[in-house]
Write a protein that binds this ligand. Sequence first.
Ligand code: GAP
Length: 512
Amino acid sequence: MSEDVFKKIVSHCKEYGFVFQSSEIYDGLSAVYDYGQMGVELKNNIKKYWWDSMVLLHENVVGIDSAIFMHPTIWKASGHVDAFNDPLIDNKDSKKRYRADVLIEEYMAKIDEKINKEVEKAAKRFGESFDEAMFRQTNPRVLENVQKRDEVHARFAKALNDNNLEELRQIIIDCEIVDPISGTRNWTDVRQFNLMFATEMGSTADGATKVYLRPETAQGIFVNFLNVQKTGRMKIPFGIAQIGKAFRNEIVARQFIFRMREFEQMEMQFFVRPGEELEWFAKWKDIRMKWHKALGFGDKKYRFHDHDKLAHYANAATDVEFEMPFGFKEVEGIHSRTDFDLSSHEEYSGKKLQYFDPELNKSYTPYVIETSIGVDRMFLSVMSAAYCEEELEGGESRVVLKLPAALAPIKLAVLPLVKKDGLPEKAREIIDNLKFDFKCQYDEKDSIGKRYRRQDAIGTPYCVTVDHQSLEDNTVTIRYRDTMEQERVAIDKLADIIADKVSMKNLLKTTL
Ligand code: GAP
């Protein structure tokens, strides 16, 4: 897939009511987006898929909904006031600002691409007799590139770990990385920039307090750890899940809803015995990857990317990456956060946040495995994977969103063949029966072909056409989005046919 396809997905999102630029009539607000009538349904279905997989399928995971505003000391304790920074570099010619780490990561990804192209070319040349492992070990061009990449990688990982901003800049200079706009290497120094939005609570006359818009939902879970554990009589290991808005003053806010200033997270903190965290880390990696793959977009679209630089709170971390139109990108982070957060909140609040383990007969501060996924990034990955342009017989073409039926915004469109002879009334009758279970849409405008195309473009898995025969024998034709096949079925069978395919329960079963 290419940038070109990405542009088409962005305009498709707008044209069909999935995502709009925020404040568009005032020329927009950068990196802030609104979800339209289709987008909100898809987004809600993604959230339900996540929530049910966490809270329904795991007896020991419960949910909460904490406030966006929190006591400002929380962000001191979490490290966000002092360490929630991006290393930024400016190009003096284009006057554009970039994340220095992203520039270097993109450079390394380009070397990887070169290596893979070399391997692909050779695979084509040698056909079935091709031994990829041997080729990678012996081909001089591949070896040279691997060495180049490994050297940069080692320097990069060390610079990040040492928080060495000068070295980050030096890597950019030594690798001759140019600004994508000006094409020059006229770089400033690398500087740190805090990403939290601040505002004031209370009137200025009383002495207002500076508060932050939360940059992650996780801290709302940590500070409620004991509330939930005690009132829910939870036994370790157990998890607390939450879906909610988060805010970051991203400097390099690009790529549509991939990096936004206001976004939504689905986070789960799983509290475990100290010493058992890496076992649970492996388990949650496995559970989360199954959840992604169950959507059926193809296993090759996902991979893990283990972190070189561990955040100040983590002893293991990985990303689930998805192949977006602009390359493999992080959709979810899975972190082993040790007891950093709970211990830090104990220290700053002066309150004990410990658990008495009846089996061990002792108290301890639990360790935490976190799974954290962005709703909007997940939305973008689903849209990217589902978007298809198809050539049809007779020179026609269609754009179809091959969304998993359980996530589709509209499950069923009911279309009277003509706007008369009692067909609209019959169509309405069908909707009136089905609307309690499925989001339905009625459409009587334009030819039936055009109406099918409209439903394809929003990913509706089923179109039901009501014709004159329907009035006589209570049957309709049902058309399947992906195959475009049609069959005649009894109206009273519709609910069962549709329920089976769009069921969230059936989708959830495939995650186990
Ligand atoms: N509590 C851990 C945490 O927040 P993170 O890796 O910073 O970790 C987790 O964020 C997820 O949130 C990311 O994998 C991504 O899906 C989403 N996310 C982070 N920043 C985002 C942004 N500016 N716009 C959209 N999604 C974002």
